[in-house]
Design a protein around this ligand. Sequence first.
Ligand code: FEO
Ligand code: CA
Ligand code: CA
Ligand code: CA
Length: 642
Amino acid sequence: MSQFERKDEQNHPRTKNPQFSQMVEQALSRRRFLSAAGAVSAAAFFSVSPLSRAIAAVTTGSSPLLGFSAVASSTADTVVVPRGYKAERLISWGDAMFANGVEFSEDGNNSAADQLRQFGDNNDGMSIFAVDDSTAILAVNNEYCNYELMFPHQGKQMALEDVKRAQAAHGVSVLTLEHTDSGWQFKKDGIYNRRIHANTPMLMSGPAKGHALLQTSADPKGKHILGTFNNCANGMTPWGTYLTCEENFNGYFGSTQHVEITPEQARYGIGSEDAGWQWHNFDERFDLAKHPNECNRFGWVVEIDPNDPTATPIKRSALGRFKHENAELVIASNGHVVVYLGDDERGEHIYRFVSRDKYNPNDPAANRNLLDDGTLYVARFNSANNDESNSDELSGTGEWIPLVFGKQGLTPENGFTSQAEVLIHARLAATQVGATTMDRPEWVAAHPTEPMVFCTLTNNKNRGVNENQPLNGPNPRSENHYGHIVRWQPSAGQHTDATFNWDLFLLAGNPTVHPDTPYAGSANINADNMFNSPDGIGFDKAGRLWIQTDGNYSNQGDFAGQGNNQMLCADPSTGEIKRFLTGPIACEITGLAFTPDQKTLFVGVQHPGEELAGSHFPYGGEHTPRSSVMMITRIDGGIIGT
Ligand code: FEO
Ligand code: CA
Ligand code: CA
Ligand code: CA
């Protein structure tokens, strides 16, 4: 959830197929996902690998991958982990990161200057970079802040200093970790420590660099950007850099006077009213009337070198501009770099970037700009109804459609005059080429050894309700309050393949409230592991799929029995799912990073106690709730999950 209401109602035309909708509802009612009945067809199209052939058989309690004892759902104001594990706090919002820094003030009166030297707020995606046996770097996104917790006036009497403090709480925190006798610890004043925030100088690179739409009075060349914010999830490269993804950037722009909103701005949710941040009232850079192009300089993936605190972050425009969730980077077996990307908005799309050049493991310097040249694609999922080989299964084929200027209608007649414009307005380009509308694509995760990719579709209240978002194959439930996970496999086993086969790995649901309806969820969801709104996902080295939730934590009605947000673990080959961790009150669980030995897992607890919900995590008592990175280990020092 975000501090402020999302501006995410989209209105772009789509075709409707009521007959297919009806068929899917029937298929859903039979709960055919991952069921024994579905096994034959799943095996038929997942013909690439032995692991894939095993998918579809749901067996509970039998997976050798899931070696821990599941935890119950919880409404407690704490982090609960399985028996034999412990969860310790690594760092929290406001902790000083530098020797001369000021610690967090419970009275809410830290200054902007203090925050610039403190851990940022609302930690989200993170990646770990090993330096040597006793040193590592943890790069952590700081997505946003909660005015109701940050300021004594709760955001009702904002001033310039408050806006500057909020800007300083956004961005990325780069942390030096040190291994001690008691495990990994944050090293205050460590040599890699760095704060990147909404005013940090950055460069734009790739095809959109310098384009007129990126030029401002402060930067007439359109390539020197100030800052990054709403840094949601992340990625990392094998050449040692961190990728941070700009998500709901639109909500930070507003106007002090009337402005005409262009169709392109509207598609990105940009309007004269901001989402409540009030930055444009005090910092004219965010005032659309004065600086109409500033908003085009956000919505990108930013590459950061965590090894060099002086390195300038680079916005990689070849990866497109939208509300980026994460950037899952894999090296295809043919050497090309492939980055899978979700655009988190109801009815938006899933993308894939393929580099022009190949990754060279022997020459790190040669890889530095691989993300500047390549092709951005968007996914079209063919539904079962137009793929006769898969008649009534919730599976089908799909294709990656290139977003290349001059092709597929990406032409001046349709509003595209260059590749830069295709990338700056990637959402409109995706619609032009016929991309499939999805139920809010959040994280994408690629299996470590098999060519198999998963994407969380967190929820979509508009599916089947809004006429522009009719039911379709991979988004088969109307009013999808629980969310689901779609999975695909490249047709010939290579991440650069033009086509893929897909199915649904799970549909979240509540079988105790909705027995035998589409809202019970798929066959691998039961009363002991149920959850809603899958969001963060990632694999460990052994191929366990870890799933984090950002859902409704009311524990009532449709969500009765599901408790606080949580983290689960799934066996991708059997479909079995077990709950691993539960978070404190009113938090989201988001962000995960394993140490290379797989013995320490860092997990993010984001916005406990949002909207004054009564959490005092992590310190309890009457303390201010604070987003925190937790460190999970086994008491016996073993590998997590086994
Ligand atoms: Fe920042 Fe879509 O989650
Ligand atoms: Ca969040
Ligand atoms: Ca998310
Ligand atoms: Ca979410």
